[in-house]
Design a protein around this ligand. Structure first.
Ligand SMILES: NC(=O)c1ccc[n+]([C@@H]2O[C@H](COP(=O)([O-])OP(=O)(O)OC[C@H]3O[C@@H](n4cnc5c(N)ncnc54)[C@H](OP(=O)(O)O)[C@@H]3O)[C@@H](O)[C@H]2O)c1
Length: 245
């Protein structure tokens, strides 16, 4: 049973990387708020599990697999959304991958792939769905960057470049879309308890990691808060890490 409420009743959200980790938690929370959630990632059986979670929480789920490294696959996703829903209220660019290693050992392909998934795909998706968000009357773009969208760690130069790119794009886009009642938010988490962090930061104790649900709650706040206060950029750190990254 989910935390049923109707704040997103009638709203349609696209969550990328919804097959596991943070994306699955975001999909679950948006579904529990009554939203229809379009789930995308490459692995269909992961998406089916997320769809079950969303439906158990009282939301509607639609599954559209896509490879975000491939522009034609993104365009198929967009076409399917236009055909099935004709509208979109929320875009969550969450899908991401890490490249971990010394810059001097990285290939140009390593750079291209990481930047394609983490920065180019959000760019293409923003470009393609802005008309739908505009038509909806009020729209939200939530871009999941990282602590390395703000600072840098060794062995993460390519990943860091991709997350700075995503955050930088968001800052300009937020200004461009202001007049259209579309908000662009960036979330910069530190270590979150997912498969991804277990690959890049095995040194962090599991019980000290942020839970994916904690990030999802912040997304829900951003897309449902109805006052005059707006938070553009959220930096979330582990309680056991240094303050003020
Ligand atoms: N975990 C952390 O500590 C942390 C911290 C800061 C920021 N972040 C960011 O948060 C986001 C989610 O990360 P996570 O930790 O939840 O990672 P995760 O558990 O590895 O999940 C990543 C998701 O992205 C999808 N994805 C990866 N490559 C894709 C591609 N080419 N096409 C389509 N989907 C793709 C994956 O599905 P498929 O493999 O099935 O395609 C999966 O659903 C990422 O952008 C990550 O950089 C994570």
């Amino acid at each position: 049973m989910g935390i049923m409420n109707n704040k997103l009743q009638g709203k349609v959200a696209l969550v990328t990387g919804a097959g596991r980790g943070i994306g699955r938690a975001i999909a679950h929370v948006l579904g529990a708020a009554g939203g229809t959630v379009i789930l995308t990632a490459r692995n269909e059986s992961d998406l089916m599990q997320t769809a079950d979670n969303v439906q158990d929480a009282g939301g509607c789920a639609e599954l559209i697999p896509a490879d975000l490294a491939d522009e034609s696959s993104i365009m198929h996703l967009v076409e399917a959304i236009k055909e099935k829903f004709q509208t979109l209220d929320i875009l969550v660019n969450n899908a991401g991958m890490v490249f971990s290693g010394l810059l001097e050992n990285a290939s140009t392909d390593d750079w291209d792939r990481c930047l394609a998934v983490n920065a180019r795909a959000p760019f293409i998706l923003c470009r393609e769905v802005i008309p739908l968000l505009r038509k909806a009357g009020q729209g939200y773009i939530i871009n999941i960057s990282s602590v390395v969208g703000v600072k840098g760690y060794p062995l993460q130069s390519i990943y860091t470049a991709s997350k700075h790119a995503l955050r930088g794009m968001s800052i300009s886009l937020a200004e461009e879309l202001r007049k259209d009642n579309i908000r662009v938010h960036v979330i910069c988490p530190g270590g979150v308890d997912t498969e991804l962090v277990s690959r890049v930061r095995p040194d962090i104790k599991k019980d000290e990691l942020i839970q994916p649900e904690e990030i999802a709650e912040l997304v829900l706040y951003l897309v449902t808060h109805k006052g005059n206060a707006v938070i553009d950029d959220l930096h979330i750190r582990r309680a056991t890490s240094s303050p003020w990254f």
